[in-house]
Design a protein around this ligand. Structure first.
Ligand code: FAD
Length: 437
């Protein structure tokens, strides 16, 4: 018998061996794949681009990828309403939208994810007037456990729709997405090193007045690298090609990777290397298309945890994280990222019902993160933090239920949409509760 191939995620910290691997080329084929899985009593998991660090997309049963469902079904430049195949990558979507004078209102810091995957884990960017992906969705086509499709929105199957905007795929397979987009825009970006304490004391003012504010800091450092991005009508004035390659590729990726390897091999070098990274901040200013500014190349592999906190908890939580990082036996040289978004009404959105600040911590691939991430989790939990669904954490359905006021509403929708847990896996059993097949 042929050996079953391994499938792994981007970070290579999740590996699994599905019995079936399906790559449907049409929505009909996708429906047939799910119907076949139901007939043989297998569970089904769709993987988007595999950019989740958790086992959200893992399965040993039927593994489905919908990369080929990436068509543009409808695009109205006037209203900005756009319907696309759910397997499209954010990168491809950005380019199509731009060629029609449209853009995503907001996005995260990479564009490699599939649209369905980004929606399903509550993926977000930064900007207090903007929600994550779930808040931009106005309609979905969902395939049910028997392989049947239906279109859902605020008027049709509205309760399933309200919940499916962040669902980890627990309510069905998304094959099409309708999004509300905005006219294309440019961003004026200022990236500079500033004293961390200045940034924390002015946190509220900055997120109130800057369209898209975020900062990075080395764990334990006194400095922050701020990104102050304003929407602008100014013409494009991008980073020069040389500047882009030097800063974004050589310094932030290739050089950084070398430093991470050095510290992984010789941990004693950590304080010297931290000083080098801290001092490399500088100042950059440029204006470019929204999606070129939002995204940066991420060539260095890492593991990540991220927590969503009430917005005003961020300054104290960051100070606590920083103090904790200084006390670690093995200090970390991978930056922490801090962002903010509007609240929304999506039941499992990490920004549900509150303006949110986010603290994301990373370690270099192959580095132990148990103590560091557990400490971050304790600090975040003490501030009412909710973990990102696609990033590493140890929470369970029991602990998560207390963090989401509409938890039972989601569970009710799940028991209607997938009563037997056809679309579940071990991770969903843990974080959403077990449904026996
Ligand atoms: C380098 C890097 C940078 C990142 N930056 C950010 C960021 O800026 N902001 C942020 O919030 N997150 C960020 N993330 C996390 C990432 O956005 C999420 O984990 C996202 O879910 C990944 O999308 P994906 O297409 O890879 O989905 P996958 O990881 O493949 O899947 C995620 C979940 O969606 C489900 N799913 C996928 N497709 C479907 C479908 N068609 N129907 C139903 N369910 C489906 C899967 O089963 C799984 O449960 C980053 C991750 C990496 C590796």
């Amino acid at each position: 018998m042929a050996k079953r191939p391994h499938v792994s995620n981007w970070a290579r910290n999740q590996r699994f061996r599905p019995i079936e691997i399906a790559r449907p080329s049409s929505e009909d084929e996708l429906g047939a794949t799910i119907a076949a899985a139901a007939a043989t009593n297998q569970r089904v998991r769709v993987m988007g681009a595999g950019h989740s660090f958790t086992a959200a997309a893992a399965t040993d049963d039927t593994h489905v990828t919908i990369h080929d469902l990436d068509q543009i079904h409808h695009l109205d430049s006037e209203s900005g309403s756009v319907t696309v195949g759910a397997g499209i990558t954010i990168r491809a979507l950005n380019r199509v939208l731009d060629s029609h004078g449209l853009a995503l209102a907001n996005m995260g810091d990479i564009d490699k994810q599939s649209l369905a995957g980004a929606i399903s884990t509550s993926t977000h960017g930064t900007g207090l007037a903007f929600t994550g992906f779930g808040g931009q969705v106005t309609g979905l086509r969902l395939v049910d456990p028997l392989g049947e499709s239906r279109d859902i929105d605020a008027h049709n199957h509205s309760e399933i729709f309200a919940n499916a905007r962040v669902s980890l795929g627990a309510l069905g397979v998304i094959s099409r997405v309708t999004l509300q987009t905005v006219p294309s825009f440019r961003l004026h970006a200022i990236e500079q090193s500033e004293p961390l304490e200045d940034v924390l004391t002015s946190w509220q003012e900055r997120v109130d007045t800057v369209d898209h504010f975020e900062f990075f800091m080395l764990p334990g450092s006194q400095n922050a690298m701020t990104k102050t991005n304003h929407r602008t009508d100014e013409p494009r004035a991008p980073l020069s090609r040389v500047g882009y390659v030097r800063d974004k590729i050589l310094l932030e990726n290739i050089g950084f990777d070398v430093l991470c390897r050095l510290v992984r091999r010789w941990p004693g070098l950590v304080s010297k290397v931290s000083k080098v990274i801290d001092a490399s901040g500088g100042h950059r200013e440029y204006t470019d298309r929204s999606f070129d500014v939002f995204t940066t190349p991420r060539m260095v592999k890492f593991y990540e945890t991220e927590w969503s906190l009430p917005l005003d908890a961020i300054p104290d939580a960051v100070r606590e994280v920083n103090a904790m990082a200084r006390s670690l036996a093995a200090p970390i040289i991978f930056p922490i990222e801090v962002r903010a978004t509007a609240g929304d009404d999506v039941p499992l959105s990490t920004a549900h019902g509150r303006e949110s600040g986010y603290i994301a911590a990373h370690v270099y691939q192959g580095t132990s993160h148990d103590e560091y991430f557990a400490n971050i989790a304790s600090i975040a939990r003490a501030h009412g933090g909710r973990p990102h669904w696609g990033k590493l954490h140890n929470e369970t359905a029991e602990s998560l239920a207390a963090l989401y006021p509409d938890w039972h509403r989601f569970q009710a929708a799940r028991s209607v949409a997938d009563p037997e847990g056809r679309f579940s896996n071990a991770y969903l059993d843990r974080v959403l509760g077990s449904l026996s097949l």
